[in-house]
Design a protein around this ligand. Structure first.
Ligand SMILES: Cc1cc2nc3c(=O)[nH]c(=O)nc-3n(C[C@H](O)[C@H](O)[C@H](O)COP(=O)(O)OP(=O)(O)OC[C@H]3O[C@@H](n4cnc5c(N)ncnc54)[C@H](O)[C@@H]3O)c2cc1C
Length: 439
């Protein structure tokens, strides 16, 4: 029997653009007592909520445990860009698994985008505010490589992106910093926190039970199933799905060894008024080609939402607000005097191969995590693939098999990650110096 606590939720969201424009919080109870379910999902970010939605839609009984509040982690505070692919570059995926499988994996990423888009519409999820388009920009002259990438995507993947030469790009994104771009009309950006809250309400409507402020502490075998313990109760279930993102907390030792939490940083400005149209004359979101990139967009209420940087040390740098402001003012000097209204950071789970994990870790225990910087397409996708696997023995998830668990480097992992980011940034700065002179 489950007793719902009357104690109000104690965790609170960080102050971000998203919390300032969010739908009412879910206000789910904490788990106080014993619950039973076919499936227990650990983690209420976009991956966990998507799994819960698909499984309840397929008739499974589901309990979702969230340590804080729904989408309290990366899913409620990200850049909001929804673009195809994964954190690993296409050519790295091709080298590892060949073109045919790489295409199958890429197609799944666009399926994830389509799930996000179609559920927002079909379920009339409030406040998601989808805006069309995504542009990948280069900070140095890279016309040949960009044109080749566009041709390869069209020919080998059947996916069309439009090459934008510098002149055309700068009509849309008014910065001398950028040279060439690829416009993806299928990309979009949205309010991921409101998507998660809306979908969580649909989970409840379908009979799924969500518990906030209910951290899963331990998991033991119980007969053919599992028993999960939270501070004030337990969940007995057949199957567990781990969706803890970058917020791994020792709950599962395999995940603890295999995921590296990586921090990235975001700010939002005051409303820009007419200035918004002077700097970005497109509804599209923008991301540069660097590994530790800048990603930004104009929000529906006319602010610049600017994200930047990556760090394996998962610490917020001192003077974060000034650093982020210096970053966007160096790209758009027109915005040097604009005020920022909120600044925040978040952690995402990365793997060494930069591809997500979707697999059965132990009998009856699944991992759907390690979503990296493309989690807003991968979360909805993983929900569907997990449900297919658990409900009808579906095998589409097996396409991710070559991307197995890798060691995260333990205490050396953060240093190794930051060394890679530093090295990549150095190479990219050299390219900017050699090929990034004024047109
Ligand atoms: C600042 C930032 C910007 C980003 N920008 C983009 C972007 O523009 N586009 C994009 O596609 N991706 C972006 N990402 C990445 C994307 O947000 C993530 O990949 C995705 O949200 C991860 O979803 P998740 O459900 O796996 O993890 P999370 O959203 O982190 O959710 C995990 C949840 O598990 C809970 N949890 C952890 N341990 C336990 C436990 N023991 N018991 C119960 N609950 C637990 C946590 O509290 C958390 O709520 C960004 C990430 C960050 C941080």
């Amino acid at each position: 029997m489950t007793r719902h606590s009357v104690i109000p939720a104690s965790g609170s969201y960080r102050d971000t653009y998203y919390t300032r424009s969010m739908q009412p919080p879910l206000g789910a109870p904490l788990l106080n007592g014993q619950a039973e379910a076919d499936v227990c999902i650990v983690g209420g970010g976009i991956a966990g909520i998507s799994c819960a939605y698909e499984l309840t839609a397929a008739g499974k009984s589901v309990v979702l445990l969230e340590a804080d509040q729904i989408a309290w982690g990366a899913s409620g505070r990200n850049g909001g860009l929804v673009l195809p692919g994964f954190a690993a570059e296409t050519d790295a995926i091709e080298r590892r698994v060949g073109l045919e499988r790489s295409k199958a994996i890429f197609d799944l990423s666009t399926e994830g985008m389509e799930i996000f888009r179609s559920y927002t519409k079909r379920l009339a999820l409030p406040g998601v505010g989808i805006r069309r388009g995504g542009i990948v920009v280069s900070r140095y002259r890279d016309a040949k490589a960009m044109q080749a990438a566009a041709q390869h995507k069209a020919k080998a993947y059947g996916y069309d992106v439009e090459y934008l030469p510098a002149g055309r790009l700068r009509e849309l994104v008014c910065s001398q910093r950028y040279f060439d771009g690829l416009h993806d009309p299928n990309g979009f950006h949205a309010h991921s926190l409101n998507y998660c809250l809306g979908l969580a309400r649909e989970v409840q409507r379908q009979g799924g039970r969500i518990f906030e402020n209910s951290r899963a502490l331990s998991m033991t075998r119980q007969g053919a199933g599992h028993l999960i313990t939270v501070p004030q109760g337990t969940v007995a279930c057949q199957t567990v799905v781990l969706c803890q993102g970058g917020l791994v907390d020792g709950f599962d030792s395999k995940m603890q060894r295999s995921l590296l939490p990586v921090g990235t940083f975001v700010t939002v400005t005051e409303p820009l008024g007419a200035l918004a149209q002077e700097v970005i004359k497109t509804s599209a979101a923008i991301v540069d080609t660097r590994m530790s990139c800048d990603y930004f967009r104009i929000t529906p209420d006319g602010r610049l939402l600017w994200g930047s940087g990556m760090s394996g040390f998962a610490r917020e740098p001192a003077n974060l607000a000034q650093k982020l402001k210096r970053g966007f003012a160096s790209v758009f000097p027109q915005l040097a005097d604009v005020r920022t209204e909120a600044v925040w950071s978040g952690l995402t789970g990365y793997t060494r191969h930069r591809m997500p994990y979707l697999r059965e870790l132990h009998p009856g225990v699944w991992a759907a995590t390690g979503l990296g910087g493309h989690g807003v397409n991968t979360g909805p996708l993983f929900g569907r693939l997990v449900a297919e696997a658990l409900v009808e023995n579906g095998r589409r998830h097996r396409v991710f098999d070559p991307f197995g668990l890798t060691w995260n480097g333990s205490v050396f992992g953060p240093l190794a990650a930051d060394t890679v980011y530093f090295w990549e940034a150095l190479k990219e700065s050299c390219n900017e110096w050699r090929h990034g002179k004024k047109l």
